[in-house]
Ligand binder design. Structure first.
Ligand code: CAP
Ligand code: MG
Length: 408
């Protein structure tokens, strides 16, 4: 059968997938591998009377099997340039549900240059965002408004002013805030961008507000246009729940807005080490689609994701890749001042980090929470141990005592 060819040498235009597969009882890895290749490219469960010899040439080929790790090459003809949904319907579609597999994980995808070039990548990349914010040599210090739902636009804007004034660079909505009865998008965006302007006029700093516009694509476009019309610089999209098509649609509008990509729901398929799709694969498609910043994990906070995995994904987002702009990794989840040294040590300074509970839970309130974060970051950037810095910085001192007692 032509789907299995261990002597095949992939061509430079082939897309290659690395899978981990656990066959169903009594089935060999070889047989499963072959079936993955056929189902994800041109075949089905039986021979076809409609088959044409020429279709063999564009079929996927298993070219390597090492234990349960297999590699499959997909000829370029199998894919529509610039169409992430189509690519994923092939390489990450039906195969996960086949009875022949007990579990299956798409670990990595190697995208050939020609296909990568059919995507725009970020309109606003990591360096562009740094330029807009005029912050060069340190991580961007951010927060997520908490409580995650329930604040009114007026309350949110007042809190924003207080924490920006106390040194926060970047604020964002939470992933499940859109436009609800207690916090309508239209009012929120007006009030929040007024605060951003106020900080600019008072301090000359360009701070960012990543407003969650997640909604059906037509509504997202209306919201993004309103943000642009009012001078906003950034939109936030929950890229998994919104879908790849919606993300591509928004990027392709060329609105000149940074896209903060939240990944809520990713763990439903990235978390099981034996089944699903790795976060690295998600990161690759998010970069192709054109996000500016992507949540990738913290390694030290409340969400799953090993150090090695987060480091590998962050390195990918910041590395050269087919000429596409770089993407800012976002570290978020359970972060607070005491974790900032290990966070920066592990992930480097090219990150946006956001502390939600780790700011709004500070015993002395929002300003102190914001200051403690900046004090911790300043200490790290100057190479001063947090405990030493805390002696002269009371907000940091309180934060260290408060959160050192917390069990994560
Ligand atoms: C963090 C957060 C983020 C998650 C996302 C939350 O809040 O706002 O959405 O961390 O996870 O709702 O939990 P805290 P990830 O700072 O209060 O934990 O970046 O891993 O996708
Ligand atoms: Mg959140």
């Amino acid at each position: 059968m032509h789907y299995l060819d261990l002597s095949y040498k992939p061509s430079k235009n082939d897309l290659i997938c690395d899978f981990y597969v656990k066959p169903a009882k009594g089935i060999s890895v070889k047989k499963v591998a072959e079936n993955i290749a056929l189902e994800s490219s041109t075949g089905t469960w039986t021979e076809l009377k409609t088959w044409k010899k020429r279709i063999e040439r564009i079929s996927a080929r298993v070219f390597e099997i090492k234990g349960r790790r297999i590699k499959i090459a997909y000829p370029a003809e199998l894919f529509e340039p610039g169409n992430i949904s189509q690519i994923l319907s092939s390489i990450a579609g039906n195969i996960f549900g086949m009875k022949l597999v007990e579990s299956l994980r798409l670990e990595d995808v190697h995208i050939p240059k020609k296909l990568a070039k059919s995507f725009p990548g970020p309109e606003i990349g990591m360096e562009d965002l740094r330029r807009i914010m005029k912050i060069r040599n340190r991580p961007i210090a951010g927060t997520i408004f908490k409580p995650k739902l329930g604040l009114t636009p007026k309350e949110q804007a007042e809190l924003a002013y207080r924490v920006y004034s106390a040194g926060i660079d970047y604020t964002k909505d939470d992933e499940n805030l859109a436009s609800m009865s207690f916090n309508k998008f239209e009012e929120r965006i007006v009030r929040m961008l007024d605060v951003v302007d106020r900080i600019k006029s008072e301090e000359g700093r360009t701070v960012i507000y990543a407003c969650n516009i997640t909604a059906p694509a037509d509504v997202m476009l209306e919201r993004a246009e309103m943000i642009k019309a009012q001078g906003g610089k950034c939109i936030m999209i929950d890229i998994i729940t919104s879908g790849w098509s919606a993300l591509q649609f928004m990027r392709n509008q060329k609105l000149g807005l940074a896209i903060h990509a939240h990944r809520a729901m990713h763990a439903a398929f990235t978390r099981d080490p034996e089944h699903g799709i790795s976060m690295k694969v998600i990161a690759k498609f998010a970069r192709l689609a054109g996000v500016t910043a992507l949540h990738t994990g913290t390694a030290v906070g409340k969400m799953e994701g090993s150090k090695r995995e987060v480091q590998e994904i962050d390195s990918f987002l910041r590395a050269k890749w087919h000429g596409l702009k770089r993407v800012f990794p976002v570290a978020s989840g359970g972060l607070h001042p005491a974790l900032i040294p290990s966070l920066v040590k592990l992930l480097g300074k090219d990150i946006i980090f956001t502390c939600g509970g780790g700011l709004w839970g500070h015993p002395q309130g929002p300003e102190a929470g914001a200051r403690a974060i900046r004090q911790a970051l300043d200490a790290v950037m100057k190479g001063i141990p947090l405990k030493t810095h805390a002696r002269t910085h009371p907000e940091l001192h309180t934060a260290l005592i408060h959160w050192s007692r917390r069990v994560r």
